[in-house]
Design a protein around this ligand. Structure first.
Ligand SMILES: [Zn+2]
Ligand SMILES: [Zn+2]
Length: 274
């Protein structure tokens, strides 16, 4: 049995980048420049990530959120403000509620295997910050490096990825991941995800791809595999109703989870059986 953890693992990566991993569950990334720093994703907000960041840097900090799921935006509760795309803003606001963050911790399959965090711990911080607009093309100058924003809808309508100008590294949240999930209620069509995934691959160049869950960095071949699978789905088109289908087996990575009625065959299809 794994020891219970109630903290955030700090792992220095390279060139002023740290991975902050909350409860073996979600990856957040701290990037420092000469003048300021940014935190990409904030975890579920159970651990005090703001205090953890302060042990690494005192630089002024901006919090940038890849998408509105409680395991990424939840930790924004520890800050005064955070940036999120307008298409995910409302959902992001809801996801910061303590019960939403607790839901993730109790319901996520591999979370359940590893830890049991009391609900009271999730409630210890019940404050919500201002949510500021994050747009395609927004550039954050940290001094000596910039962080650029790209809108890549798929996992959610407002999913964004970020690129660090110094290393060329990408930070993709859940939109590009070992397990791509498009079957959640606010997931987009496979075609929409595919466009963003191809863009991500093109942007990656020689940089690394740091993702929201799992080991780092993501092998580019995994992204290529998921792109090839999504292309095969689009070629076949929408055959039937709203079942969730899983590519290459649930336990085997990389995989892509989708709903058959979200293979749009070139156009958005009607939703059935969410
Ligand atoms: Zn997500
Ligand atoms: Zn996630």
């Amino acid at each position: 049995m794994r020891p219970r953890r109630t903290d955030i693992d700090i792992e220095p990566l390279s060139d002023g980048i740290w991975r902050l991993n909350e409860y073996d569950f979600v990856n957040c990334f701290l990037i420092t420049g000469t003048d300021s720093a940014c935190l990409i994703d904030a975890g579920a907000g159970v651990a005090d990530i703001a205090a953890v960041v302060k042990t690494i840097t005192d630089l002024p900090l901006k919090v940038l959120i890849t998408h509105a799921h409680a395991d990424h935006v939840g930790g924004a509760v520890w800050f005064k403000e955070a940036y999120i795309h307008a298409k995910d803003r409302r959902s992001g606001w809801d996801c910061m509620r303590a019960y939403q963050r607790a839901y993730f911790l109790y319901s996520h399959p591999y979370k359940r295997k590893t830890h049991h965090v009391p609900y009271s711990v999730c409630l210890q911080r019940d404050h919500r910050p201002a949510l500021l607009d994050l747009r395609e093309g927004d550039v954050f100058d940290l001094g000596g490096r910039t962080i650029e924003t790209f809108l890549t809808p798929g996992h959610t309508p407002g999913s964004v990825i970020f690129r660090d100008s110094l290393t060329g590294d990408l930070f993709t949240g859940d939109n590009v991941n070992p397990m791509v999930t498009l079957h959640f209620p606010r997931g987009e069509t496979v075609e929409t995800w595919l466009a963003g995934a191809r863009r991500t691959l093109a942007l990656a160049g020689e940089g690394r791809i740091y993702v929201g869950h799992g080991d780092q960095p993501l092998p580019k071949s995994w992204l290529e595999e998921n792109i090839a699978f999504a292309e095969s789905l689009v070629k076949k088109g929408n055959r039937s109703g709203g079942k969730t289908r899983i590519a290459k087996g649930e336990e085997k990575l990389p995989c892509l989870k989708y709903r058959q009625n979200r293979v749009a065959n070139g156009k958005q299809t009607k939703e059935h059986g969410k």
